[in-house]
Design a protein around this ligand. Structure first.
Ligand code: ADP
Length: 483
């Protein structure tokens, strides 16, 4: 069911590249803007042309009105027509339009088309002109197309005696405009095509780095942590590549550490198991009545089993520490009492080797720690000091504060650590002398557990040592842990 859903989901949403999405968005924006600009330009040009034509026609209409005003008022209507009409015809030829002249009652005294002579003509523009207003309008007739009407009053001694109406075709303006619109359309289409091509090429180039990221991530998914991303564009992709490369380097390191750790664990676990197997096989082939050899072998087997147990316990402690990173149970703790408790607990161990274990803590120090965990870290270090110090040696534990640090110093006069190993002793399974460490029951995990615990407390462990003279470990815990 899930698989079917998965397939249909994939089929439903086809892959669309970001390049295409961005190019279509750009184009949509460009087309909309060009459309608005084109309509605006076209309207503006039309208005300018029409206004120009209107003022020309009104000038003509005024000239005609001026020429005929004295004839309109003639007492005989026929006489008036005889004088007025030729003037109307003359001007009509000049402006290639029609001119109608009416007297104040609206009776036509001149018509360049001779259609309405003697009739009453009550057109809106004429009526406005007879009221003293200059009036213009544009009509769109089916047969003639766009026609501009302009009417002006004829005035004699401040009296309106008639009006002149001029009508001219303005189809030429619309023709010119359609020509301009065609040009605008051509320019816009060319612009859109160019923008589409340029933006696609640009985006294709800009998004190329993404392919490198995808390739590297795919290799990473297959477990290859070597594939780095190289980008030199000096932009966000470069920052991303730097972050990616840092991440992949860290992952590679973690992967290596993990492999090393698994190899070490297997090796460490295999050694006691092989010993147990070897010892038990030898026992099987022993003389039945040699009880001493049996006992000796059984003791060795028991010691190896203890070792195995130690390794497993310490590994579990490490895993717990990794898991519990965020679960530290801080308590305000008197470090003096805690150290007293630890030293008393370890005294019998030191006495077995005739080692003098002492504690010196002059000031009372109270800090926030997880007492269980910090106790484990300190025990590991004191136990090491006892372990790696010869019989009748000295181990001194000192507690003091220095600046922001609470310091627990563990000093011994034991075998010391070579300088070349100082950096590695905190690594998991690292032991300076494997044979000696095995003899003393060391797993190579103690210091790394201590280091991890102290790090969780935002502290550090420092070490000074000289071969043959002894070692000093300094456990430094801040006295103002930030939670
Ligand atoms: P181990 O269980 O082997 O002691 P640790 O992690 O506790 O493992 O210590 C790592 C190694 O550091 C030890 O094997 C030992 O060689 C060295 N070491 C630690 N503490 C001391 C010390 N006080 N004196 C000398 N060597 C030490």
């Amino acid at each position: 069911m899930v698989i079917i859903l998965g397939i249909s989901h994939k089929e439903k949403y086809k892959f669309v590249s970001i390049r295409w999405k961005l190019v279509s968005t750009y184009l949509l924006l460009v087309i909309t803007s060009l459309l608005i600009i084109n309509v605006f330009i076209s309207r503006l040009i039309l208005n300018i042309y029409i206004e120009q034509r209107k003022s020309n026609v009104l000038i003509r209409a005024n000239i005609v009105s001026n020429d005929i005003k004295n004839f309109i008022t003639l007492s005989s209507a026929k006489e008036a027509i005889v004088y007025v009409n030729p003037i109307a015809e003359k001007y009509s030829k000049e402006i290639r339009g029609r001119i109608i002249v009416v007297d104040k009652e609206g009776i036509v005294k001149g018509d360049s088309n001779k259609e309405y002579l003697g009739e009453t003509f009550r057109h809106t523009e004429i009526r406005n002109a007879l009221k003293g207003q200059t009036s213009t309008n544009i009509y769109n007739f089916k047969e003639y197309g766009h026609v501009l009407y302009a009417a002006v009053p004829a005035i004699v001694h401040n009296r309106i005696v008639g009006a002149t109406l001029v009508s001219v075709s303005i189809n030429d303006i619309y023709k010119d405009l359609s020509h301009i619109n065609q040009n605008l359309f051509f320019i816009s289409t060319t612009c859109i095509a160019l923008i589409a091509i340029i933006s696609f090429i640009f985006l294709d180039f800009s998004f190329k780095p993404l392919e490198r990221f995808t390739k590297a991530i795919n290799s990473m998914a297959k477990g290859d942590f070597k594939q780095k991303v190289h980008i030199n564009t000096n932009d966000e992709f470069k920052n991303m590549a730097d972050a990616f490369n840092a991440m992949i380097m860290k992952l590679d390191q973690v992967d290596k550490q993990r492999n090393e750790f698994v190899a070490n664990v297997s090796h460490e676990l295999r050694t006691p198991i092989s010993s147990i197997k070897l010892l038990s096989e030898s026992l099987l082939h022993q003389d039945e009545d040699n009880i001493y050899i049996y006992k000796e072998f059984m003791e060795d087997i028991s010691a190896e089993a203890d070792r195995l147990n130690n390794i497993i316990n310490e590994l579990l402690a490490l895993v717990d520490l990794d898991k519990e990173k965020l679960h530290i149970n801080y308590k305000i703790t008197y470090m003096n009492f805690l150290l007293e408790k630890i030293v008393n607990r370890l005294k019998p161990l030191a006495e077995r080797k005739n080692i003098k274990l002492t504690l010196e803590s002059d000031e009372k120090i109270q800090i926030k720690v997880d007492p269980e965990k910090i106790q484990q870290a300190i025990i590991n270090i004191i136990e090491n000091a006892i372990k790696y110090t010869q019989e009748a040696g000295k181990v001194q534990v000192r507690l003091y504060s220095q600046g922001k640090w609470c310091i627990i110093e563990v000093k011994d006069n034991g075998i010391g650590i070579p300088e070349s190993s100082l950096k590695q002793i905190f690594d998991r399974f690292y032991r300076v002398d494997k044979a000696r460490s095995r003899k003393t029951g060391g797993t190579g995990l103690g210091l790394s557990i201590s280091d991890q615990i102290v790090m969780l407390h935002q502290g550090i462990i420092e070490v000074e040592s000289k071969i043959g003279e002894g070692s000093s470990f300094y456990i430094k815990i801040p006295n103002d842990i930030k939670l």
